[in-house]
Design a protein around this ligand. Sequence first.
Ligand SMILES: Cc1ncc(C[n+]2csc(CCOP(=O)(O)OP(=O)(O)O)c2C)c(N)n1
Ligand SMILES: [Mg+2]
Length: 683
Amino acid sequence: MTTDTATDQQALDELSINTIRTLSIDAVEKASSGHPGAPMALAPVAYELFARTMKHNPANPKWFDRDRFVLSAGHASMLLYSILHLSGYGVSMDDLKNFRQILSPTAGHPEYEAEGTPGVEITTGPLGQGISNAVGFALAERMLAARFNREGHEIIDHFTYSIASDGDMQEGIASEASSLAGHLGLGRLVVFYDDNEVQLAGPTSMGFSEDVGARYEAYGWHVQNLGEDLALDSLERAIEKAKGTQDRPSLIILRTHIGFGSPNKQDSQEAHGAALGEDEVRLTKEAYGWDPDAHFLVPDEVTERFAEVAERGRRAEEDWAQRLEDYRSAHPELAEPLSLVMESKLPTGWQEGRPRFDTSDDPIATRKASAKVIQWAAEKVPHLVSGSADLEPSTNTEIEDGGSVTRDDYSGRNVHYGVREHAMAAMVNALNLHGLRAFGSTFFNFVDYNKPSVRLAALMGLGVIHVYTHDSIGLGEDGPTHQPVEQLTALRATPNVNVVRPADANETALAWQFALEQDDGPCALVLSRQNLPILDPDLIPEHAISRGAYVLRREGREAGPEVILIGTGSEVSLCLEAAELLEGEGVATRVVSMPCYDRFIEADESYRDEVLPPACRARVSVEAGATFGWERWVTEDGASVGMHGFGASGPGPELYEHFGFTAQNIAGEARKVGERLSAAAKN
Ligand SMILES: Cc1ncc(C[n+]2csc(CCOP(=O)(O)OP(=O)(O)O)c2C)c(N)n1
Ligand SMILES: [Mg+2]
């Protein structure tokens, strides 16, 4: 390259970077809301990644072997939208002009949807999530490489890049995930830390003074600090070094200036989360050598520059597609399992041979039944991957003979997340988005430790699964710190989550099948620690979970029930006992098992009326959790046996007595409801 062309190239790079900056500024200005400061500062990094470093094909954002990019600092969304637009992803100029408007693909924070904004790999915005998702993507890449790559066929061979801000670094989840990434030696992860010494409320010095680099070194990361040097060649050299360090994840620290180029707002929190204002925009554009009267301007040279990027990406994918064909003919036995991952699918006929438990079998905890079902599912679904936050001996979630995922061998099927529930859930989201059918597990009470990531899975419509055992006071002596009370209610209130609390081993088998079939929202499998009697499998319909509830015990008269007992999970058997007592007194009693409250809401009205005939208002719900929400099914005329405070430390069976979860008490509540209703009828 002659000096002249080098200078030309530099000028073109600079022009491209300023295009990212001004597009971001203009979009925020037009929306009168958003975050211009970070995109202005980080434009060189986005340009370096998308135009020079990353292996990606804008024409096919779903290319399987692409490098992944996660904008952990989701508030800087305009940085991503600008670079996606310029690179030729399906984000149009109109989309940029509609930044933050209803139904626009350029939402306030990047939102992933199956057929959503092209190039957005995962939803970010709640700080700390993205960097943890990036750890999950990097782990998925290694796990898939270990499964599928063969000598001379590196069919899975990509990197994960992320940009994280001060807020990301302050969040606990980032520490959890980064610690695990270091432990697992995820060398194909490259994170840029935007060390700009400013956050929303003011300078970071108000509440943040640790040495982030030293912290990441202690996690086992490779750390480089470029200071203020954001020259493209410096970035590129640092990235090359990071990529060359294959046994450790990399952190590249950049001392940037928020609101770069803005004469009055650079380095101030004022550039963080508000439009710069018309006058300041003019001054800033002038500082960039930009026409202050131009809006949403993309110079022709920049368009041409990115056309090269698109062309390079197209060729890269073409080359890979050829290699994939070669791979498939060299290893035909791997073609099918790889397709399942690439298409996030289950093998045809996988449901055959679902475990069945008999009434003559000993009572069994649903967590233990789940363990048996997991072995069956693991055999049928090769890309099923288990994991636990240090509780697999208790959640019974290990895939036997599946092996552990370690830094020396990623081919295992059990991920040991350590006591890092939040990072686990964020990583499970990414593992699933990368095609693995990964699930996490912990005690139900600790859903509070990972709920933010489960919520994002719900928002994204990801069919992730979480196994939550020790689901009530029934867990016993560990006491109220471990006994969930309000967790069922909280999860049920979260849109798009299927909360399944099976009543016995057979409902558990169905629940697993249901969970694995979900591909548009998460499923929480809420399981008991204590043993439960096995219900007659012939009484449990195939739609028991998908329709949410069913009649488990029919009343002993043609005219319909006088009383309906509605139970979930471990309380269903108690309802059956109570029904025997009531029926013995001549009260026609129906028992409804409701393993999935959420699904029952969505079931046809006619089906709901069949299960809960509107004429019968004497209804009692029984669940060892908060009663909040049960009015919906028992109506104002019914009653709810549930928890009205926290649990207590003591043996499980005694706690059940103590808190009124006995057949006698349930029957008593039903009688009271019946009496109240007949008294009202006489008045
Ligand atoms: C979990 C979470 N808490 C709070 C916020 C609101 N919020 C958005 S950005 C931000 C901090 C911004 O500081 P920094 O991360 O350094 O970004 P910068 O201003 O440097 O771009 C906060 C508190 C959030 N998005 N996520
Ligand atoms: Mg900051």
